[in-house]
Design a protein around this ligand. Structure first.
Ligand code: PHE
Length: 389
């Protein structure tokens, strides 16, 4: 049986309900195609449940906050935005089905999502063929936006993130021999492993071995035993928090005390919940830190905490908030909700000030932003450094 967010909305377990409920009455139209008072439907697909539920829950909260704010300020083109959310349960194959539904049944004007590159890649050809713009908040694999000219993202891409962590290993950790442990069933992991390796070895580093696993694996002892035998000074794990936390635990169980480090996929409170002491002194790169003192970030944190029960927003929440704001801005500039017109306006996005910095969408529909490196100390995430593009 397919579990969609609709059923959970009925059960009242997500706050998406509030967004839908706030869309009944809209003020007079302010132009645009088919000048209408109806709400403008925006689709969102996310891993609200399942393996990477932390990603979907967090990005959903960022999107909901943005849409509520936009509506409180009068909406877009004099119309309210109506968010239609669907859950892919973190399962391969599900994103294609729900994105088709959002487009053909719900007639959404654009799609927000996904966090994970493999799931964004499933939706992208569908959005491209339907000429419905898709904005991924945080999928960093280059192939996502290469799918076509309707596919955008508001974050940096992995060729940059790979360089950030290769330089971090060499210059900050000062290590030369590193093992890589890659998830072969994740486009994100395979890409980030490659970009890291290219730069690290290009700079004179040595990668004596790359070990592999698949999404959902729970036992990494064989790979870690091989890594231990290779006598490396660090392990690069370009995967998601679900496996990364277990990998750190099992590495410590095997007596490996060397640093493990990864990319943005590590970001979730569950990394520490599952990893406990084993993730202490590990590092990862990501898009944003709540320790950033800028007014934009502190205002966002304040609003997010107020809306979501004191929760501190992470990178997925911040980028997703920005993705919804970038879309609303494009619809305003397009003065239309037509796919091709919104696409053109999105492509022209320049210096849009958001929580994760300024978004300028380049000719390849990617953003260029700084990365931050984070560590885990005394059971909490700690900002280490910002790396400019
Ligand atoms: N960049 C990851 C991917 O492309 C997703 C991710 C982004 C995860 C930000 C956590 C934080 O799959």
């Amino acid at each position: 049986m397919t579990f969609s967010l609709r059923s959970s909305l009925l059960a009242g377990v997500t706050a998406g309900l509030l967004v839908l409920a706030s869309c009944s009455k809209a003020p007079a139209p302010a132009g645009g195609s088919g000048a209408s008072t109806e709400s403008i439907k925006v689709g969102e697909f996310a891993s609200l449940t399942g393996k990477e539920a932390a990603f979907g829950q967090s990005s959903h909260k960022g999107v909901v906050l943005a849409i509520e704010e936009i509506n409180t300020a009068g909406g877009v083109l004099g119309r309210k935005l109506e968010l239609v959310s669907e859950d892919n349960q973190s399962r391969p194959g599900e994103s294609a089905t729900i994105v088709k539904k959002l487009i053909s049944r719900d007639k959404v004007v654009a799609i927000l999502g996904e966090v994970a590159s493999s799931r964004s890649l499933e939706a992208a050809p569908i959005c491209q063929a339907a000429r419905i713009p898709q904005i991924s908040p945080s999928s960093t694999n280059p192939a996502v936006t290469e799918t076509g000219d309707y596919i955008f993202r508001v974050c940096f891409i992995d060729p940059f993130q790979g360089v950030v962590m290769a330089k971090f290993a060499k210059d900050t950790l000062k290590i030369r021999r590193v093992a890589v442990l890659t998830s072969v069933s994740s486009a994100y992991s395979v890409g980030l492993a490659k970009y890291f390796t290219e730069r690290f070895t290009g700079d004179g580093g040595i990668i004596p071995l790359e070990q592999k696993y698949s999404e959902g694996d729970k036992d990494f002892k064989a790979q870690l035993t091989a890594i231990k035998a290779a006598g490396v000074e660090g392990i690069f794990v370009p995967g998601y928090y679900t496996e990364a936390a277990l990998i750190c635990k099992q590495a410590r169980d095997l007596g490996l005390t060397i640093p493990l480090f990864g990319g943005d996929g590590w970001e979730a409170p569950q990394l520490i919940e599952i990893g406990g002491k084993a993730v202490e002194g590990c590092y990862y790169s990501t898009h944003y830190s709540p320790e950033n003192q800028s007014p934009a970030v502190s205002t966002f944190i304040q609003k997010f905490k107020q809306r979501w029960n004191g929760e501190v927003p992470d990178a997925m929440a911040a980028l997703s908030y920005d993705s919804a704001q970038v879309l609303a801005d494009a619809i305003k500039r397009a003065q239309s909700t037509d796919g091709p017109k919104v696409r053109d306006a999105l492509a022209a996005t320049k210096d849009f000030a958001g929580v994760t910095g300024n978004t300028t969408l380049d000719a390849k529909r990617n953003a260029t932003k700084s990365a931050v490196v984070v560590t885990i100390k005394d059971g909490v995430f700690k900002f280490v450094e910002t790396v400019a593009p």
